[in-house]
Design a protein around this ligand. Structure first.
Ligand SMILES: Cc1cc2nc3c(=O)[nH]c(=O)nc-3n(C[C@H](O)[C@H](O)[C@H](O)COP(=O)(O)O)c2cc1C
Length: 197
């Protein structure tokens, strides 16, 4: 279904690495080409939340899925750092408030921020799966700026109305909404009013 789609994925130092892992799995399994980058702060959080080092995970994952490529967070020679390289959409998942602020002000100095900057300037879909609570006025103003610039602000905020409220189904809900927000068809959850009860 996603064959040939090129997706940039930024993973930041926020809680919710389970979303990033699931999103990677679904995108790669559905045939998307994924260009992934984790920030410096993301890696220890990935290890503490999922019990595996990000670099080991990335190595195993790219051996399993040839279509997934991982880049260092200071690798500005990566394809997604340039507007001349076409990608269909970018998702930052999970997105910290620090990255959100840096993208809102175009002051980021890592590959996650640069690729997000590229997505905005090239008018491509940019989905920010923001993870923080509560939100300060500064967070909200940064979100407003980003929404005005064309980004989709998508809080990691599962819904409970499908009835099966296992952790996995709540994770899938957020991942499915992020995939839809990127303009791709998702098959993880039913569409309300179609297959739902
Ligand atoms: C265990 C842990 C969990 C964190 N969770 C969040 C979070 O959910 N949201 C957030 O905005 N920052 C969170 N932070 C703080 C960020 O990691 C920190 O601001 C970092 O500099 C973000 O860098 P990055 O945006 O380049 O990844 C967390 C930090 C730690 C150590």
């Amino acid at each position: 279904m996603m064959n040939g789609k090129k997706i940039a994925l930024g993973i930041c130092g926020a809680s919710g690495m389970v979303y990033a892992k699931r999103l990677l799995e679904v995108l790669a399994a559905e045939g998307a080409q994924v260009y992934a980058v984790a920030s410096k702060a993301a890696k220890p959080i990935f290890k503490s939340e999922l019990g595996v080092s990000f670099d080991d995970f990335a190595k195993d994952f790219s051996a399993k899925f040839e279509s997934a490529k991982f880049f260092g967070d200071e690798d500005f020679s990566a394809p997604i750092a340039s507007g001349s390289f076409y990608f269909d959409a970018m998702c930052v998942c999970p997105c910290s408030m620090k990255t959100l602020g840096r993208v809102a002000t175009a002051t980021g100095d890592n590959l996650v921020c640069r690729a997000a900057d590229v997505a905005l300037k090239e008018r491509r879909r940019l989905v920010l799966v923001a993870r923080e609570t509560p939100l300060s006025l500064i967070h909200l103003k940064n979100m407003e700026t980003l929404a005005q610039a064309g980004a989709v602000i998508m809080p990691a905020c599962p819904a409970f109305y499908f009835g099966q409220n296992s952790v996995q189904s709540l994770v899938d809900f957020v991942v499915a909404r992020a995939i839809s927000a990127m303009g791709l068809k998702q098959n993880l959850i039913p569409q309300w009013g179609e297959n739902s009860k």
